[in-house]
Design a protein around this ligand. Structure first.
Ligand SMILES: Cc1ncc(COP(=O)(O)O)c(C=O)c1O
Length: 377
């Protein structure tokens, strides 16, 4: 069994994808061009975000967004302590200082109830907080309305790190269109993945959109007029062609992921009732894309459970074993154990199970059987 089965997906759409890739090769338009522009239009329409810019990865999308918003030296950006490293890496690469606000226990996302106090605390120390990056982890949107409300009152920008949540919705609106800027990733294992690296920045503001569009090509606004410092951070045409072919099946895949998640919920609920695991909790008004199906191991040691499952042929993953503040590159800030209790507990307990649109019922039953065997003996 594979944790994510990209082969099955490729076999299902092989002809369409091959045709699309061959089309780009025949056109010899490898950089930007028709396919990238078409994908930007299609995903702008899919998310409802007025503007979209194809970029080379989610990480570069975060970097470009922060650059366009002026984050840098002497500014602080607040984010969640429980995410993939790229979220905080982008802040730090620009010389800005990362600050963290603990997460909600049920959603694993930044807790808006703690945000205002954290901003007050930072400003009390004389720091200039410039914005917030909220991550929509595992495919469920962060509480973006609350985060936007608090940030607007304080004049801060908000970026949704939607690298795991394209296809999710929040109060009837799509992830990617819930804040000023939003960034998604097309890393192959993401719900909408390409055949390499890729990403997209969504914007609700035309000026920022134009700026990021220039910044992905060295800040060039045309004919070597380099108006900004930028990057080489374009989405390439072959990746855009693959993504357009897959996008045509995405709604169907969203439904399949939901079905698979419901099936896991049914199969595993006896273990939750016994207090052995915690199942994902999807908040009212949210539809998760289940980029990950992540449970909590409550009684036994998570790492031993993962090992025992592996011995039974069940692959799992840990997203993420260490909260961001305690990673090596952040050492100099001196964050202390116990400062982010909810994230720290999550890092000890979470375990992601095999999950993708093509997972079969019998595979999920096998996962459940193995979990019962390991936990309930
Ligand atoms: C939450 C989060 N942020 C940022 C990234 C970075 O995206 P990429 O791998 O496309 O650079 C990822 C994905 O890997 C992610 O999961």
């Amino acid at each position: 069994m594979n944790f994510i089965d990209l082969k099955r997906q490729y076999e299902a759409y092989r002809e369409e994808i091959d045709q699309a890739v061959l089309g780009v090769m025949a056109s010899t338009r490898f950089i930007l061009g028709r396919e990238v522009e078409a994908l930007e239009r299609e995903l702008s329409s899919f998310t409802g975000a007025p503007f979209a810019v194809g970029v080379s990865s989610g990480t570069d999308g975060l970097l470009l967004s922060l650059m366009a918003l002026g984050a840098g030296k002497d500014t602080v950006v607040v984010t969640t302590p429980f995410s993939f490293f790229a979220t905080v890496e982008a802040i730090m690469l620009l010389g800005a200082e990362p600050a963290f606000c603990d997460i909600e226990r049920e959603s694993f996302n930044l807790d808006p109830h703690l945000l205002e106090d954290r901003i007050n605390e930072l400003e009390g120390l004389g720091k200039k907080v410039s914005g917030v990056i909220a991550v929509s982890l595992y495919g469920q949107c962060a509480d973006m309305d609350a985060i936007n409300r608090i940030s607007k009152k304080r004049g801060l920008f908000v970026i949704e790190d939607a690298c795991q949540s394209l296809g999710a919705s929040y109060k009837g609106r799509m992830s990617g269109n819930l804040s000023l800027l939003s960034v998604t990733s097309f890393f192959p294992s993401k719900p909408l993945g390409c055949f390499g690296d890729g990403g997209m920045v969504f914007s609700q503001d035309e000026g920022l959109f134009e700026k990021i569009k220039a910044m992905r090509v060295h800040g060039d606004t045309g004919r070597y007029n380099h108006r900004y410092l930028g990057l080489n951070a374009r989405l390439d045409a072959i990746q855009a062609a693959v993504l357009r072919a897959k996008l045509r099946h995405f709604e169907k895949e969203i439904a399949l992921r939901q079905e698979a998640a419901d099936r896991y919920m049914d199969l595993l609920s006896p273990l939750e009732r016994k207090g052995m695991i915690g199942l994902p909790h999807i908040k009212k008004g949210c539809r998760s894309i289940f980029a990950q199906f992540t449970i909590r191991i409550l009684e036994k040691d998570r790492d031993q459970v993962a090992m025992a499952l592996s011995e039974l042929g069940i692959p799992t993953a840990i997203h993420y074993p260490r909260p961001l503040p305690f990673l090596e590159p952040l050492k100099r800030y001196g964050f202390r154990r116990g400062e982010f209790p909810v994230a720290e507990e999550a890092a000890r307990q979470v375990l992601s199970l095999p999950m993708h649109a093509f997972i079969e019922e019998r595979e999920q039953e096998e996962v459940a059987r193995a979990l019962f065997k390991v936990l309930d003996r």
